[in-house]
Design a protein around this ligand. Structure first.
Ligand code: F6R
Length: 369
């Protein structure tokens, strides 16, 4: 039921704080991360030397974000692969590979076939899924459910933040087992994760109206670009995908460092470019690089919409618009930076009078290959 909301998507964006909180619940106790569903599987996590995350669409962007945390915290090499590409290239996998699949519905045929293929090659399989008892978790050796609640709108929002949350919990669980982080380091990250729901709520409370007005004002835009670096890169991809899906506006996401290798040729006066800016307080080096990317495109007439930490004064001279997010440690910024992009896509679709819940040509779960 939509309750008092104008659309399921509006309701589901408003539920992003709970999606994270409910996914964390019962898995962190006083800074110790232990996922009860993974009890008895310690040997599996100790025996692997490689992780491949397979998913499609938005879930694949969650996987790309998760790769940074998984590698940094577990020191296990991680690859992310689109599920539909994975099994057509004779991948190098075996009993010491863990295949992590991510799927909101648990029914995506491309992802299911990748999991089955991996299992037939002797790999271990773990499913991150939002739907109890769905096919993909049933086909997997291990399951970590996201608890975002049912997602009805075709465009995925609250499931995305829940997927990143589950990947981070998994990474911290494995880091504890393998001793790749100290208990104190795990506790610091666990507390960062526990603080996220309140920070998302803050964005919804303080920025939502502003972003919706801004989206209304942008309703005639024909093309929007998104730039990000490090964990901001998959967020740029997600921002672009959501805009394409529900507003039918041409949108593309790029890694900010890739600009000068080609995409900068697209910049002409008036071109709107969203830039995910890392926090200067938490990652000064990265922030400087991104600010210099902003200067390069601004000099060519781009209109800059910065998604930036509320206290970041350095972007102000270069941004035409700032969408503010609270401070978080670098790996946790994606869970915040994506929220304004979800609100923006929805606001723009509403401004154009489109059906945000049922975009044309799309189905909620893609059960054909
Ligand atoms: C984007 C979107 C799709 C899904 C993709 C995977 O908003 O909803 O890109 O993320 O089709 O679906 P699941 O997660 O059900 O496997």
């Amino acid at each position: 039921e939509k309750g008092g909301w104008s659309s399921f998507m509006a309701k589901e964006v408003s539920e992003e704080p709970e999606a994270v909180a409910n996914t964390v619940r019962g898995r962190i106790h006083d800074g110790v991360v232990q996922i009860p569903e993974l009890d008895g599987l310690d040997e599996m996590f100790l025996g692997i030397n490689r992780i491949v995350v397979v998913a499609c669409g938005t879930a694949a962007y969650a996987a790309m974000v998760g790769k940074y945390a998984l590698e940094q915290w577990t020191r296990i090499p991680v690859d992310v692969e689109l599920a539909h590409e994975f099994r057509y290239r004779d991948p190098v996998i075996g009993p010491d590979t863990l295949i992590v699949s991510i799927s909101q519905s648990g029914e995506t045929m491309d992802t299911l076939m990748a999991v089955k293929y991996a299992a037939s090659r002797g790999a271990k399989t773990l499913s991150i899924c939002n739907t109890q008892g769905a096919t993909i978790p049933r086909e997997s050796d291990a399951i970590v459910y996201t608890h975002a609640g049912p997602e009805v709108a075709v465009a995925s929002t609250k499931a995305f933040v829940a997927q990143i949350t589950a990947l981070y919990l998994l990474a911290l669980h494995v880091a504890r087992l393998r001793g790749s982080l100290t208990a104190a380091e795990i506790a610091v990250n666990a507390h960062e994760l526990e603080a996220i729901p309140a920070k998302i709520s803050e964005i919804l409370a303080t920025e939502q109206t502003h972003i919706e007005q801004f989206a209304h004002w942008m309703a005639d835009t024909r093309s929007v670009l998104f730039l990000g670096r490090h964990v901001g890169y998959p967020i740029a991809l997600e921002g672009a995908l959501k805009l394409k899906e529900i507003t039918y506006i041409h949108a593309e996401g790029f890694a900010a460092g890739e600009l000068k290798h080609g995409p900068i040729a697209l910049i002409e006066p008036g071109q709107p470019v969203f830039v995910i800016v890392p926090s200067p307080r938490e990652s000064a080096e990265l922030q400087k690089k991104v600010v210099s990317n902003i200067q390069e495109i601004r000099a060519r007439g781009a209109r800059i919409i910065a998604v930036a930490e509320a206290g970041d004064a350095a972007v102000l001279p270069y941004a035409d618009e700032v969408l503010r997010i609270p401070l978080a440690a670098p790996l946790f910024e994606p869970l915040l930076a994506v929220v304004p992009l979800h609100i923006f896509a929805m606001g723009l679709a509403n401004a154009k009078g489109l059906d945000v819940d049922q975009p044309r040509n799309l189905a909620k779960s893609v059960t054909v290959e």
